[in-house]
Design a protein around this ligand. Structure first.
Ligand SMILES: Cc1cc2nc3c(=O)[nH]c(=O)nc-3n(C[C@H](O)[C@H](O)[C@H](O)COP(=O)(O)OP(=O)(O)OC[C@H]3O[C@@H](n4cnc5c(N)ncnc54)[C@H](O)[C@@H]3O)c2cc1C
Length: 123
């Protein structure tokens, strides 16, 4: 056992949840190991989505990870329309107000790039 590695915490999975937990533990001086089953953080992802920074939330992803928006997101989403297509007709609903409810900002993200940047190796 002389060569065994010892850590105070082990986080399984380098998704946003694991990355946030690991970063918070490490910033508080806890020696942390992150285990990710993909070849690297983010590699299991094939899609993306929207990240919302809620005004009422105690913290947001860019408070946990300063520089997040510039480095890991694709673009801000400032308008939100729903297009309902039926045959050759389109009905468009402007739901920007709904999108902006309790929202400080919202960005489109690609999870492969985002998760990769959130990992300690990516920053
Ligand atoms: C189709 C879809 C669309 C979504 N769209 C949005 C959206 O637009 N905006 C939004 O905020 N949320 C969205 N979500 C929800 C969001 O993806 C999850 O809330 C978020 O990914 C949860 O993060 P997590 O870190 O807990 O888990 P995950 O992101 O699932 O990360 C888990 C990580 O653990 C790794 N792992 C799993 N098992 C093991 C193991 N045994 N050993 C080692 N590593 C392991 C995986 O490879 C992965 O990297 C969407 C979800 C789905 C399915």
């Amino acid at each position: 056992m002389a060569d065994a590695e010892h850590y105070e915490a082990v986080v399984v999975g380098a998704g946003p949840g694991g990355a946030a937990a690991a970063a918070t533990l490490a910033r508080n001086g806890v020696e942390t190991l992150v285990l990710e089953r993909g070849v690297d953080a983010g590699s299991k992802n094939v899609s993306g989505g929207l990240i919302y920074a809620e005004e009422s939330a105690p913290y947001t992803i860019d408070t946990l990870f300063p520089g997040f928006r510039g480095a890991a997101s694709e673009r801000p989403v400032t308008k939100y329309y729903l297009h309902n297509v039926a045959g050759d007709r389109v009905k468009t609903f402007d739901i920007t107000d709904l999108h902006e409810h309790d929202t400080e900002w919202s960005d489109a993200v690609l999870r492969r790039r985002m998760d990769s940047w959130l990992s300690p190796a990516g920053r």
